[in-house]
Design a protein around this ligand. Sequence first.
Ligand code: MCN
Ligand code: CUN
Length: 783
Amino acid sequence: MALQQTELRPMGKSIARKEDPRFLRGKGRYVDDVILPNMLYMAILRSPYAHARIRRIDTSAALAAPGVKLVLTGEDLAKMNLAWMPTLNGDQQMVLAVDKVLFQYQEVAAVVAETRAQAEDALQLIEVDYEPLPVVVDPFKALEPDAPILREDREKKSNHIWHWESGDREETENVFRDAPVVVKQDVRFQRVHPSPLEPCGCVADYNTATGRLTFYVTSQAPHVHRTVIAMLSGIPEHQIRVISPDVGGGFGNKVGVYPGYVVAVAASLKLGVLVKWIETRTENIASTSFARDFHMTCEIAAREDGRVLGLRVKTIADHGAFDAAANPTKFPAGLFNIVTGSYDFKAAFVEVDAVYTNKAPGGVAYRCSFRVTEAAYLIERTMDVLAQRLKIDPAELRFRNFIRKDQFPYKSPTGWVYDSGDYEKTLKLALERIGYDELRKEQAEKRARGEFMGIGISTFTEIVGGGPKNTFDILGIKMFDSAEIRVHPTGKVIARLGVRHQGQGHETTFAQIIAEELGLSADDVLIEEGDTDTAPYGLGTYASRSTPTAGAAAALCARRIREKARKIAAHLLEVGEDDVVWDGTAFSAKGLPGKSVTMKDVAFAAYTDVPDGVEPGLEATYYYDPPNLTFPHGAYIAVVDIDKGTGAVKVRRFLAVDDCGNVINPMIVEGQVHGGLTEGFAIAFMQDIPYDSNGNCLAPNWMDYLVPTALDTPHWETDRTVTPSPHHPIGAKGVGESPNVGSPAAFVNAVVDALSPLGVEHIDMPLYPWKIWKILREHGINE
Ligand code: MCN
Ligand code: CUN
């Protein structure tokens, strides 16, 4: 049962989410709820071809259609210097196609009309003369010397985008040369899409009289969007107000700036009126930031007893037509080099080559922690391949290789410094809770009867909290985050942060942090995020960074307020400042029992009875530059049964033991874990965005791209260990993405474990029933 919000000392308590009443009663306000007078509607014409030259676009019929006010093409945007826009990974992307199109559903032209229906109808009247060009969908083929060059705008005349490496090549070669055992596995992490319930959209409102642009957008990073729009449009940054209203799910899909946003702004600038653009489901899946699409080869060098020595990873990253991954500047492949995971490797070497293909752009989204999903999946999968090869129990293999508790802070061979962890404890708890030994016995009995039951373990390490200013920036802007707290005369608080939640519960958890520090209840604190006119600058919510960065800023900002409050309390208590003691809910005077003042008393005095020499009011701002990232971890175990007749997998049990350090709100963390596991389950079993050889996107809707229903979703069991972060002010680590980072490997490991008697060592996701049915059939099981 959730507790009331009115309790004092709310830290660590499962108080009910403050945002739920409005979400549950349909009183949320999303971008499509923004309806303003004289607003026009925009629709976008998209390419039917994956690669084609544009010979001519005729917009005259569309322009003459009822209600149509404006038709824009790439040529029109070029005149405004808006035909191309920068991506967050240092590439450039076409806003509306100029000369050619590079993926199916690419933005070609836009119509602005009085109604959405009129705009969409007029799209049909635009005539585009395409000359189809050869299509490249396979990233390996894209690298062949005779492959057609997709990006003619670049100086480099190949489809290779960049090469990135990490670790020590030579040392790793040496370790591999001398190793008694080497396993090698090709692993694909398929192309998927976060597919939030609410697709992307915006309302651009340029006021020709004031020169101000108000831009409503469903955004995870409103300040970043404002900066990008200022750089692109030339409108001074303070004349742009970005408002991100309630966000109906982000999952990384709402970090980037999409062409539609730029076109809507351009249209509003041209017409001087409001222009709304809301995507369809198909536009969302087929054109906005996809996730993963990594082709990986992993090798582990080990001793006969399973002790791992070296790790070698080679990856081809398919980025589609533009490198639009939202990554910190220094990490073109995100934090993929966390791939040594929870294990103490002597040496590691990781290489990633990024490639252009005729597919939708993107690359970082879907609860990915900047590509940690791919890394965790790869190492957890390959550790199981090693266990199988050496006939060592996968739990035992992990115990033999864990970074030990006393090795923290631990420097990984690719250069990360893990802050804290206790992997052994977490896996032990998971094994006990699930009844591992019993399950293995049951499995042995079932195997003897020819049944296929599997147990899959994943003991992942996450890396979140981007990040420290010396290594982390986006477009040059350092990845700190911020909080501003205002305590009003009656002791009620408004706090604003530089992040922007999308369902994670910040209005509750950040109120808990501030209330805890100020001796108030969470009910006394209103959290506001998402309005660049009021919130301090911050880089936004993604990569599970809000708690590690803005959460830290909130705690330290509140402490700054408490320091000032102490001065006022001293005045009220009529003692010296050094004699004032804070006990968590009130200030009292040392040696004077019974005499105390609360933060509410102090707040009132801050406006009514300020001592000489103290500035009136009770407000503070804090910009937090994290000293390091935080490294949450977890031990997940899946138990599956496979139906021999159909190949269908039933997830009988799934236990997630997470360690995200000190927990602010256990219920919210559990909710995050449930959601992330459901998405991990979807990726493991049902999600994929394939393309045919002509570059047609084969899953641009929810008929072909599956989102699990409550009926499909297994029952989740959760538990927790607590290893606080030593450098975070409240010892917390992020958690939002852990379940999606850790779970796919547990599912696949379980299914492979079930099929291992047949000699199966790996199956690529998604584990559709037909794939398993085929394997069973090949082994004569279900004939
Ligand atoms: N929390 C806590 N104690 C901790 C850690 C976190 O109580 N030790 C709470 C936080 O205070 C916050 C929530 O758990 O209310 C998630 O916190 P955190 O791990 O800091 O992650 P962020 O708030 O930065 O959220 C981002 C993360 C990402 S990157 C994706 S993707 C994702 C996710 O959150 N998208 C989501 N969870 C989502 N949940 C919903 N409902 N909708 C999305 O779009
Ligand atoms: Cu990578 S999805 Mo989350 O970081 O917004």
